[in-house]
Write a protein that binds this ligand. Structure first.
Ligand SMILES: *[C@@H]1O[C@H](CO)[C@@H](O)[C@H](O)[C@H]1NC(C)=O
Ligand SMILES: *[C@@H]1O[C@H](CO)[C@@H](O)[C@H](O)[C@H]1NC(C)=O
Ligand SMILES: *[C@@H]1O[C@H](CO)[C@@H](O)[C@H](O)[C@H]1NC(C)=O
Ligand SMILES: *[C@@H]1O[C@H](CO)[C@@H](O)[C@H](O)[C@H]1NC(C)=O
Length: 956
């Protein structure tokens, strides 16, 4: 009986499920016309019915579209006024990566005001511009309004004041200008938003005074963020009435006048940022701000007599910054007794007398920075302190005590920045080019993005505890909501110019190597949802800016949906574009199949002649075709003794031609043979390049399913073997410079003089070979791309390359330019001076150098990172310039990097300044490493006393 009812219910349920889906005609039409203006829409959207066919990101209730949530989907296009037809819409959320400037652009249509049922309007990090329409004030149900990180201009619409249900108002990081609107009889204003908890207006151009009407005791604000605007006048005393406040930021404005005396009513405020203004007068007694954790008052013109004694009442204080605030007199020792105190920055004041820290100082202390004061003595009380005390540029340091540690700037990098370590139960794995090893040591495509916090509760990015807690909370949240997350990693905590605390987040998929679209959708939604509290509780207000995700597990590259797509496309009237896409897809697929077939045939040359396959016979200049039998003979039947190296592509054999000339044969192993077309392209490309710093191709073999490339033999192996010491070649500074110059010349030739120009795409130390005179030769063109004239400087391509050398800009935009090679070359240069692999034990060389680098010190303070075998007894001439050059090659933006021709010039310049002649041909010796080792003698390159070494002028 009971079960009968259940099955009945089930039937009814299923029927509803089947019957209900047809989307309301108006909604369906509106959505389709919205989407018609977008690119990169999810593939599921080609299905005809948004509700019925389950368009990802679209939710429906009773056939009406009620929400559109599209996080990190790389949408491109405009938001048309058609959105207003979706009259039952309750939520619209779209998020995009900040770093691209395309995306959803144009203005927000005024008709958005018709969406009377809208509760959430979240358009974060898209490319919207133009004014925020006044009609937004008619969205009377609106609870969350986040338009942050777009390009909105004009004023804050006063009508927002009419949104009486608003909980969250975020307009930060736009170009908004003009005054803060407040109500006056006829017009509404922000002061009316008494239920709103969040005012986020930072990083705009708001100007004028802060109206005293803005605040009242009716308000329930928690976060009040107006930092980095152009506000003037004084802080109104009404601010002291908003007792719910927890975060107050007015830093980086032009506020002047005295601070209101009732500021200390704000007993819940944890973060108070008023730095970088023109505030004057005395500092009001803040006793009573019992929650105050972080106080930034620096760079103001206060009229202060002494360090205020009431500071010791602020028991919760961890960070106090009052640099350049005209403080005078002696630093009271009592201040250091605050139990949670970590950082005190009072530099650039007129503090005098003797510094005393006293016996009961906070055991949390990390830094006391008192640079540029008038302190004449330091009484250490015969204690040694584990934290940094900085008294540089005080009389105490200019007198006798210059040797004391407190008279030196501390090593800013006393440890690595926090980065989630791999779990203790596993060893990190090395992953193929575009995957990343997760904290649980699995290769995967994580979903990444940046967490951006508006307040900082602690100042040491090296301590792990807060990050570990955040990581655990994120993980717990994902798990409790059954999101398919395996692990989470946090890294690279840093501060930006606006005193924001940035943190990179990577979320790894559970059970597979990438997320499907639904997974990304859910994670991005949670992280971008303003109500997700965990990060906020730890670090204050935050925004999550997700990167675009491009590895959806449910969307293989070639289109399975082609037949549906044709049908729907034709119906929707967008048939031409879709048809073209489908045809292109099918064509590529057929090409691939043919290529596969071709390699199986015993004589693929036939196909090169034919119309069917890879086009005409290869156009070769100077390279010849070898038969398999020939090569077998030259390599002693591909014997093990002739095997001189291997890689993912296969093996390299050494061979001897009947003339005695040595050759190197790169033989693709089964499984890594490429299609005939690609093979032909590579041969054609290579046969056209002739330069002494590029390995030259002598010929090829394409027979019996084999693909072999025959190169000149380069006797001294790769640069990476030399740097690691494996080849026994002594790498002094002169040699390193010469090798860098040779490799740079080879690459510059490929970029500028080869016809067509070539982007190598895999510059790394194992692809730089050294000949018998240690001339560098660029090798391995397996990933290279020719640059057609039509492609205006870049090729859009699937990202390939080697992790560690890979240009991050190329990685993100997929647009390959010659500057991607420049990036890899910069990494190579760092490798040349450090002899470290680009990523060694989880440390990325570019970041390591950047962190350790201090231009005021000799060798830029890099001694610990540099390869000791360069020899520092005599300072290597030009090493700093070399590092400068390398760092310019690894600039974030390709446009900021030099060209390879400029790199060549600069290395030549460095060599000349170091007293070397960049154009001297190396020695005439033909001795090779092999001959030397075979003979049991010392390697000619391993000892300066050998005849050979004279070839390089010694550094003077
Ligand atoms: C949307 O608003 C209309 C009135 O404008 C109302 O009748 C309807 O019930 C609302 N829909 C929902 C789902 O709240
Ligand atoms: C704000 O609301 C009031 C009362 O509901 C209305 O009279 C006024 O026109 C609205 N103002 C704007 C700018 O929407
Ligand atoms: C320190 O400065 C204060 C105020 O400028 C001054 O009154 C006092 O005499 C100075 N003390 C010493 C030891 O120089
Ligand atoms: C996406 O992934 C989730 C969790 O891994 C899974 O439950 C769901 O069925 C997947 N959806 C599709 C369309 O593959």
């Amino acid at each position: 009986m009971g079960s009968a009812i259940w099955s009945l219910l089930l039937v009814v349920f299923i029927q509803i499920y089947i019957v209900a889906p047809t989307t309301d005609f108006g909604d369906s039409t509106a959505l389709k016309s919205l989407v018609a203006e977008w690119e990169n829409v999810p593939p599921s959207w080609v299905g005809g019915d948004p509700c019925g066919d389950g368009w990802v990101g679209i939710s429906c209730t009773d056939s009406r579209v009620t929400s559109i949530i599209l996080p990190s989907m790389n949408l491109v296009g405009r938001l048309s006024g058609d959105i207003s037809t979706l009259s039952e819409l309750q939520q619209t959320s779209m998020f995009r990566d900040l770093s691209y400037n395309q995306g959803l652009t144009g203005s927000l249509p005024a008709s958005i005001g018709n969406l009377k049922n809208l509760t959430n309007l979240i358009l974060v990090g898209c490319g919207f511009n133009g004014p925020i329409p006044d009609s937004i004030g008619s969205l009377s149900q609106l609870r969350f309004l986040s338009l942050n990180s777009n390009g909105f201009t004009g004023r804050i619409p006063p009508s927002i004041g009419n949104l009486s249900n608003l909980v969250w108002l975020d307009l930060a990081d736009n170009h908004l200008e003009g005054p803060i609107p407040v109500s006056n009889g006829s017009t509404p204003g922000l002061d009316m938003l008494i239920h709103t908890k969040h005012f986020h207006f930072g990083k705009n151009k708001l100007s004028g005074q802060i109206p005293f009407q803005l605040f009242s005791s009716d308000m329930t604000l928690i976060h009040l963020l107006f930092e980095s605007n152009e506000l003037t006048g004084s802080l109104p005393s009404t601010l002291g009435l908003v007792q719910t406040l927890e975060v107050v930021r007015f830093d980086n404005n032009s506020l002047n006048g005295h601070l209101p005396l009732n500021l200390n009513n704000l007993s819940r405020v944890q973060y108070l940022f008023l730095s970088n203004n023109k505030l004057t007068g005395p500092l009001p007694d803040l006793t009573g701000m019992n929650s105050l954790n972080t106080l930034y008052l620096g760079n103001n013109s206060f009229d202060l007599a002494d360090v205020p004694s009431w500071f010791r009442a602020l028991r919760a204080l961890t960070t106090l910054r009052m640099e350049h605030t005209q403080l005078r007199g002696q630093v009271p020792a009592s201040i250091f007794e605050l139990p949670n105190l970590q950082t005190v920055v009072l530099k650039g004041n007129q503090l005098n007398g003797t510094l005393e820290i006293g016996p009961s100082f906070s055991n949390q202390l990390k830094t006391i920075d008192l640079q540029y004061n008038s302190i004449t003595g330091f009484d250490d009380g015969r204690r040694s302190y584990k934290f940094d005390i900085i008294l540089v540029d005080n009389p105490v340091c200019t007198a006798t005590e210059t040797r004391s540690t407190y008279c030196k700037l501390p090593q800013s990098n006393s440890g690595p920045l926090y980065s989630t370590p791999p779990s203790k139960n596993c060893l990190p794995v090395s992953c193929s080019s575009d995957q990343i090893s997760s904290p649980t040591c699995k290769c995967a495509h994580p979903y990444t993005g940046t967490l951006l916090f508006g307040g900082i509760s602690f100042s040491d990015f090296r301590t792990s505890t807060p990050y570990e807690i955040l990581k655990r909370q994120l993980m717990q949240f994902f798990q409790s909501h059954q999101l398919p997350v395996d692990s989470v990693s946090l890294s690279d905590p840093r501060m930006d110019l606006f005193e924001y605390h940035l943190l990179d987040l990577a979320v790894f998929p559970y059970g597979q190597s990438s997320f499907n679209r639904t997974g990304i959708f859910m994670i991005a939604f949670v992280l971008s949802n303003p109500t997700f509290r965990a990060p906020r509780e730890l670090f204050g207000p935050y925004t999550f800016i997700g990167d675009n995700y491009e590895h959806f597990s449910d969307e293989p590259a070639n289109s399975k949906k082609s037949s549906i797509a044709i049908k729907i496309g034709a119906a929707a009237g967008a048939s031409l574009l879709l048809l073209l896409l489908v045809l292109a897809g099918t064509y590529a697929y057929r090409q691939k199949k043919r290529a596969e077939r071709a390699t199986k045939e015993s004589n693929p040359f036939a196909h090169w002649d034919s119309k069917k396959s890879s086009g005409s016979i290869p156009q070769l200049k100077g390279a010849r075709c070898f038969s398999f039998e020939e090569l077998k003979k030259y390599t002693n039947n591909f014997s093990e003794a002739n095997d001189i190296g291997s890689g993912s592509y296969g093996k390299v054999y050494k061979g001897t031609l009947p003339t005695g000339e040595l050759i190197a044969i790169k033989r693709a192993q089964q499984g890594s043979v490429q299609g005939g077309l690609e093979f032909k392209t590579e041969i054609e490309l290579l046969s056209r390049v002739h330069h002494k710093n590029v390995v030259s191709l002598l010929g090829f073999c394409f027979e019996r399913g084999e693909q072999m490339l025959i190169y000149e033999y380069v006797p001294n192996g790769s640069l990476s073997d030399s740097l690691s010491g494996k080849s026994g070649i002594r790498m002094d500074w002169t040699r390193r410079l010469k090798i860098a110059l040779g490799a740079a010349r080879g690459l510059a030739y490929l970029h500028k003089l080869a016809n067509p120009p070539i982007i190598h795409r895999d510059i790394k130390s194992s692809n730089i070979l050294l000949d018998e005179r240690l001339n560098a030769k660029v090798a391995d063109f397996g990933l290279s791309k020719p640059m057609g004239d039509s492609e205006r400087g870049h090729v859009t391509t699937q990202v390939k390359g080697t992790m560690g050398y890979l240009d991050p800009e190329y990685f993100m935009t997929q647009q390959l330019t010659e500057k991607s090679d420049v990036y890899s070359f910069g990494v190579l240069m760092l490798e040349i001076v450090t002899a470290r692999k680009p990523i060694e034990r989880g440390k990325y060389i570019v970041r390591e150098v950047r962190l350790a680098m201090d231009k005021t010190k000799s060798l830029y303070n890099l001694q610990e990172i540099l390869d000791a075998s360069i020899g520092f007894a005599a300072t290597p001439k030009g090493l700093e310039m070399f590092v400068d050059l390398a760092m310019s090659c690894v600039e974030e933006s390709g446009a900021d990097r030099p060209t390879m021709s400029e790199v060549v010039k600069e290395i030549e310049n460095i060599m000349q300044l170091a007293g070397m002649n960049p154009n001297v041909e190396s020695a005439s010796s033909s001795a090779t490493y092999e001959e030397a080792t075979k003979g049991g003698s010392l390697h000619p390159y391993s000892d300066d006393s050998s005849a050979y070494s004279g070839a390089f002028p010694a550094p003077r």
